[in-house]
Design a protein around this ligand. Structure first.
Ligand SMILES: [Zn+2]
Length: 225
């Protein structure tokens, strides 16, 4: 089998290996999967819009996510309610490119055009996981949210400890600012699927770092075939 045939037989994973230098921690181009890595280096195109968005049936606002992630969110919020009595709320889910563009430029104006300052918290358009429909900013009902205080609420604590059971990871951890390029965000959760979320949770490493190992394994599998 030729290398190209092998890569093609790997489907999305093969595409990923073809499309980026092999020595880089890089995204899959697997846009319909749940592992797509987005950050300031690996941006999503302006035209990308998930095809299976729906409203998650949870309390809160901006509840749109991809179907699989929405189901996982519903399961997670229900479990939190059942286990702790606390009601989690959605604060911000899917954002189209143009919406991220507006949010970013509003932030940029508020810090007088200082891009580094603006990007501490707000991703430039194309660099936000919210455009994937796989990220949700979570709050606790009647508590302050979208700031560090969420981490100290019972709901925030529960979410950090238990999100992996439902396929989510805390994407921008406290010790990971150098790697992720984002300040600690106790409220931002990313869906990757249950199996991978468990792995990443147990490894306790940033998604970028985990992706290097994942890519290496794919490559080894490819070479051993
Ligand atoms: Zn977020």
């Amino acid at each position: 089998m030729s290398l190209l045939t092998k890569l093609a037989s790997l489907g999305a994973a093969g595409l990923m290996l073809l499309s980026v230098p092999l020595d880089t921690a890089a995204p899959q181009n697997d846009v319909d999967g749940t592992l797509f890595l987005v950050n300031r280096q690996w941006m999503v195109t302006e035209s990308y819009e998930p095809s299976d968005l729906r409203q998650a049936e949870v309390p809160g606002s901006v509840r749109q996510m991809r179907d699989e992630a929405a189901s996982a969110l519903e399961e997670m919020f229900a479990a939190c309610k059942e286990e702790t009595g606390v009601t989690l709320i959605s604060v911000s889910g899917y954002r189209a490119y143009v919406r991220q563009y507006n949010i970013y430029h509003r932030k940029l104006r508020s810090v007088k055009g200082n891009e580094a300052k603006a990007q501490e918290y707000v991703a430039p358009p194309g660099a936000s996981e919210h455009q994937l429909g796989l990220a949700m900013d979570i709050g606790q009902r009647n508590k302050p949210h979208l700031n560090d205080k969420f981490a100290d609420t019972p709901g925030g604590k529960w979410a950090q400890e238990n999100c992996w059971r439902f396929g989510f990871i805390l994407r921008y951890g406290k010790e990971w600012e150098e790697v992720t390029g984002y300040k600690y965000e106790s409220w931002h959760f990313r869906y990757v699927g249950k199996e991978k979320a468990k792995e990443i949770h147990e490894a306790n490493i940033p998604y970028e770092t985990w992706m290097i190992g994942y890519r290496t394994k794919l490559l080894e599998r490819l070479m051993s075939d």
